[in-house]
Structure formats: C-alpha cells, structure tokens
Design a protein around this ligand. Sequence first.
Ligand code: FAD
Length: 398
Amino acid sequence: MTERVVIVGGGIAGVSTAASLRAQGFGGEVILVDAGEFPYDRPPLSKDFLTGTKDIKQIALQPAQWYDDQHVRLINRTTVTALRPRDGAVELTGGQLIPADRVVLATGGGAARPPIPGLADPRVHVLRTADDADRLRLSLTPGARVLVVGAGLIGAEVASTAVRLGCEVVLVDPVGVPLAAALGPELAAWLHALHDRHRVTTVRATVESFTNRPEGIEAVVDGVAGVHDAVVLGVGMVPSTELAEAAGLEVDRGILVDERQVTSNPAVLAVGDPARLRGVPRTEHWEAAQQDGARAAATILGTPAPVPTAPWFWTDRHGRHIEAVGHMEAAAHTVIRGSFDDPTFSVFGLRDGLVVAGASVDDPSAVRAARRLIDRRIPVVADRLADPAVNLRGLLRG
Ligand SMILES: Cc1cc2nc3c(=O)[nH]c(=O)nc-3n(C[C@H](O)[C@H](O)[C@H](O)COP(=O)(O)OP(=O)(O)OC[C@H]3O[C@@H](n4cnc5c(N)ncnc54)[C@H](O)[C@@H]3O)c2cc1C
C-alpha cells in the first residue's frame, strides 16, 4: 500500500501530480521537493513575466495556503541528490533521507547550450527559470541590440517580447520555416513572416562564435560579424535525467515510461518534460506535463487513468494567440479555413478523411473543435471544414 509519495520537482507536472492525488482521494502523505523558492509557472517567463507585467507571485502555480489546505508538504530550496530505491527513500542535499513508497520524478529540464565558442559570456542568456528571465529583462532596454538564436517557440516569443520592449531584434535560425512540422508549412511560414512585419529582422543562418568586445558581444553568423548588447539562446531544452540514470532507470532521450508513467523501476514514476513514453518522441508542452501528473496519480491510486487526448499547446507572439492540437506531421494534406488576411483563421491536417491536427490564430474554438474531431475520429469532408460559413460544432455530429 502506498502511504507516502515523494514528488521530485515543483513544476506543473509535479504540482499536478500532488493536486491530482488529493483530488482523487489519496489519504497518505504527499511531499513535494523543489529546488526553487516556490513552484511557479514557466510559460509566462517569455511573455508577461519577461515584460514585467506579472511578478513572481502572480505566476505561482498555487497560492502558499494551497499546500496547507491540501496537506501537501512542500520542501522548497532543496535538491534531491539521489534516489535510493533499495532503501525506499530519496536523499536530499546534506544527506538527509526521506522514506518514500513511490517516487515521482518531475525534474523538468534545463536550457540547451550548443557548443558555440564564447558561450560563457555573461551577455549570452538562456530562458528556463524566473532568475533567467529577471537577468534577461535587465538587458531588454529600449534601443538594445538583441540577437535571438533559434526561432522555435521560445525564441520567437522572446523576439516578440523584446521588440515590444523597444529593442532592435535579430532572430537567427538555420531553418527557413521553423515549426513547419508542428503547425503545417503554410501557417508556419505566415507566422515566421510576422516577425518582419513587427520590426524583427529574421536571418536564415547559423551562429558560429561569440567574442567579448568593448562595444558589445560580437556574433559571427554565417561568416558575418555583428555586435549586440545581448544574446538569447532559444535552441531547445535538455531533460533532467541525471537522478534516473544514477538510479539505474532506463533512459533514452528521456526517462522511459509506460502509458501509466511508470519507469523501469515500478516504485518510480516520471512525469512532464523529462518523461518519454516508450516508442514515442518526448513532448515539452505545458498541458502534456499536467496530464502526466493526473495519470501518475491514477497509477498510484490504482484507479483508471484519464483517457488520453490529442496533444495541445499554445504560443503567443506579436499580439497573436496560436493554438495547435494533434500531429500535423502525420497529415497527408492541409485545409485552410478562412484567409491568412482575416483576423482569425485555422489550418487542419487531414489523413484518410479524418482530422489529425488543427492549428489556429486567435481562434481557440476552432482548435477545441479539431480536438474533438481527432479524439472521436469523426469523418469530415475537407470542403466543409474549409468553409468558414460552416459551423464547426455542426461537423462534430458527423
Ligand atoms: C520560457 C518558456 C515558455 C514556455 N511557453 C509555453 C507555452 O506557451 N505553451 C506551452 O504549452 N508550453 C510552454 N512552455 C513549456 C512548459 O512550460 C513546460 O513543458 C513545462 O513547464 C514542463 O513542466 P515540468 O513540470 O515537466 O518541468 P519544469 O517546469 O522544468 O519543473 C521542474 C522543476 O523541478 C525542479 N527540480 C529539478 N531537479 C530537481 C531536484 N533534483 N530536486 C528538486 N527539484 C528539482 C526544478 O527546479 C523545477 O522547478 C514554456 C517553457 C518555457 C521555459
């Protein structure tokens, strides 16, 4: 019987595990260990928190009182240094052991740092924590020359926020149309072009080196040197798998789990960004991490796991809100609903008469409908999907 669950990591996956355990009636002890000051949310770090519109308290995942109310013991500013499955415990900094019947690894990850010479310069930033965002914000002053490396989700959001704060932004990426696999080529191209319409200079190239100069940090991009006041790397994240590896768990581009979040050791579960379902690529999205937590709680309680839904994420840039669901890379063809000049529009990915993906600009309801069409495998006629006059909810009736 599980009497004590120790959750390692207080991101959305860890907090969701704790909340789901209580919501599903777990009466045992729940201990949440986190290295930070208190559990906070990460998506605002490149958005409202970076602009300074929201402060750290406003991005807390739960108010302080919640932990008392839910009888979740939060051990903050503390790192779990080792798993001791044989002792049924985890070890904290300083050597203290905490007994645990089940351990949930919710350790997230760190920002990737590619092997570019000169990367150690203090003007080169990454963005994964609130401290990173606080440091970066100091550099995003009006007129500052900012080089953003990587035009994926986080790089694009940082570029958008920086230009909004009055910086002169150059966004460099070797890929011509970033995010094409996730959003489909048409929408991805439109989104990337949005940067130029908002005074962000996009460059298709690779950064070769950084050099500290009195006038700023020099970046050599495809052989051409340019000087900047700050550089931001948005080139992906590295899952934190060290604890799992040291404990002998199976790790392969993530901590391998089954569909119930159980690792190769039945006493240890893994959730969120570092967990990877066997045979499937790892996801790095907020909702997926939250759902992992609910599934881990069900596993611990021995109750049925929540039914999996098509994966979903959102991103915001240049005042536009984008949502996407499903697997656009699996689509045989795409259908555009509305026009890219309209205030809102969507793209659907289809295969064999079924919707496999949907993405929208400023139209979350279209993505909600796409999600239902995907999850319920409702056949659709492409022309009707493309016609903005046809109510998407009507299509849900099949
Ligand atoms: C800047 C930014 C913007 C984003 N924007 C979006 C977005 O718009 N939409 C979207 O869908 N997703 C977005 N994401 C992704 C989303 O935030 C992540 O998928 C999500 O935060 C993953 O949650 P997690 O709990 O797995 O990991 P994390 O949030 O990384 O949490 C892990 C926690 O574990 C702690 N920890 C690690 N190791 C230990 C240890 N040994 N002992 C104790 N504590 C430990 C860490 O300190 C951390 O608090 C964004 C991410 C970032 C960084």
